[in-house]
Design a protein around this ligand. Structure first.
Ligand SMILES: Cc1cc2nc3c(=O)[nH]c(=O)nc-3n(C[C@H](O)[C@H](O)[C@H](O)COP(=O)(O)O)c2cc1C
Ligand SMILES: [Mn+2]
Length: 492
């Protein structure tokens, strides 16, 4: 996708990932930060944010002196999307990420410390007041003020003790209550149900400002039972420091900016109306529902806390980059399941983080393409809300939609090279969940696997591709480049 070299020192990137205040300094030095003073958290901040997504690498916006908000509080957007963080958006980047981020290998568990900056300001019981924090109404169609967008929802499996971190949106209901939307089947949901089955509310902590790496791992599918804390530690090469919450004993990042602690009863015991909220597929699909609440018993924040804001937006905006972490997670899952010959994984433009997954394989045996397709359609990082899986041969550049469409047009027999599978996992935010299913909480939709590969049993008779071979083209380019300026690759 890009010929420009990824020129960011890996140590600098790691430092930016590991600490939000270091991150702020680094992106400022690299010219990626824009300070915005005096915007209104009612709609105006959201509109400025969405306009920033017209850029592939959107500026990191630091909203300060927000209208009507204590000037000690500020909001930072586009944290994970700065060039400093993602580098090039190409297959090499996905491959590198996959190799450094293998599922559950070399996890580094968090280190408990007695205190940290998150303990600078603690309010408990009657003193708790969520209304003092900046919470935006991001868009006209939103039904409330959402404080948790790129947040960490932390809970602990009561059976095994493993601590899960998931990004699940939350809305301010009143000074002591948050509505939290967790799609059924997400790890945070599986865990809370274990408490409810015992007749207890689920202990929970929500952070809304934290080291960028924590947002990255909390928003990406991983293995149930493997803590995202351990994975974040592995990514930055050192343990995440945590302090224990006073009410729940849950580990809270010691340098988090803001944390809310409390208990979540089941929806039958206590609930509120939540939504609508503009969602990443590009619609208001989950609408307004009865939703679970976090009854907040303690709040924590640093001096001058920086909240992270990252509401969803239509996946066709350039700033909604293809998610390298999501692609790497899918590639890792394919390899962990034993699928050989995977040469590329990509999310096709327009499909956001999950709708359209493309996998390139070097076909090695009969049935190989089907093996890859079934795993891609069913493994954890490919299971939730995927609509289309496309398997292609490894000569296809999966990062180029024209190449993928060409593979479909020329190597796919719709009748014999398609599987349509019913009853696949989806969620309330799926715009194509028919009303009758939505009403019954039947959160399943069909999924298609398209095998746009040369059929194995006659692949040797398949017409040859009309193109100069890569090696010869490179040789000719080298020979003529100094004389013919058009041969120099354009830089993006
Ligand atoms: C910015 C952002 C917002 C998200 N919002 C939600 C949400 O409101 N509800 C939800 O169930 N998943 C949401 N997700 C997706 C989950 O975070 C993702 O599926 C993650 O893997 C969940 O963690 P888990 O695998 O431990 O359940 C969001 C992801 C991101 C990056
Ligand atoms: Mn998890």
């Amino acid at each position: 996708m890009s010929a420009k070299k990824d020129d960011i020192d890996p140590a600098l990137r790691k430092a930016a990932m590991a600490d939000l205040r270091d991150y702020l300094r680094i992106v400022t030095e690299r010219g990626e930060l824009e300070e915005v003073h005096g915007a209104d958290p009612m709609l105006e901040m959201g509109a400025l944010y969405e306009l920033s997504l017209e850029k592939l690498y959107p500026p990191v916006l630091h909203f300060r002196n927000l209208k009507g908000i204590d000037p000690n509080f500020s909001v930072l957007t586009n944290v994970r999307f700065a060039r400093t963080m993602v580098g090039n958006l190409d297959l090499e980047a996905v491959r590198n990420l996959k190799n450094t981020n293998r599922w559950a290998s070399d996890p580094i568990p968090p280190e408990e410390v007695n205190t940290g900056p998150i303990m600078d300001h603690v309010d408990e019981g009657d003193a708790v007041n969520l209304l003092k924090f900046p919470a935006a109404q991001w868009k006209e169609g939103d039904g409330g003020r959402y404080i948790g967008t790129e947040c960490l929802v932390i809970n602990r499996d009561p059976d095994t003790g493993y601590v899960n971190l998931g990004t699940y949106r939350n809305m301010v209901v009143d000074g002591k209550t948050l509505a939290v939307f967790i799609e059924p089947g997400k790890h945070g949901d599986l865990i809370r149900k274990k408490y409810w089955a015992r007749g207890e509310p689920c202990p929970m902590v929500i952070c809304v400002g934290q080291a960028p790496i924590l947002g990255m791992v909390a928003g990406t599918a991983s293995r149930f039972g493997v803590s995202e804390y351990d994975m974040a530690g592995a990514r930055i090469g050192r343990a995440i420091k945590v302090v224990r919450g006073k009410l729940t004993d849950l580990p809270i990042p010691a340098d988090a900016e803001v944390a809310f602690e409390g208990f979540m009863p089941p929806v039958e015991v206590e609930s509120t109306t939540e939504g609508p909220f503009g969602e990443w597929p590009g619609y208001y699909a989950s609408d307004v529902r009865r939703e679970t609440v976090l009854k907040v018993g303690a709040t924590y924040h640093r001096d001058k806390p920086i909240l992270i804001g990252q509401p969803p937006a239509k996946p066709t905006l350039p700033g909604r980059q293809p998610s390298l972490t999501a692609m790497a997670a899918l590639w890792n899952a394919l390899e962990a399941a034993g699928v050989p010959g995977v040469k590329g994984v990509w999310k096709m433009a327009g499909g956001g983080v999950s709708f359209i997954n493309v996998v390139a394989i070097e076909q090695m045996h009969a049935g190989h393409a089907k093996m890859a397709g079934m795993v891609a359609a069913g493994c954890a990082p490919g299971a939730y809300m995927t609509r289309i899986v496309i398997i292609v041969d490894d000569d296809i550049d999966v990062t180029n939609p024209a190449e993928v469409m060409w593979a479909l047009a020329t190597r796919w027999d719709p009748k014999t090279q398609t599987d349509i599978i019913d009853g696949c996992w989806t969620g309330y935010i799926d715009p194509y969940l028919p009303p009758d299913k939505r009403e019954k909480d039947d959160l399943t939709t069909p999924r298609v696997i398209i095998y746009a590969v040369r059929p194995w049993h006659w692949k040797d008779q398949f017409p040859k591709v009309n193109a100069v071979s890569r090696d010869y083209a490179d040789e000719v380019r080298k020979k003529w480049a100094s004389k013919l300026p058009f041969l120099n690759m354009p830089e993006r």
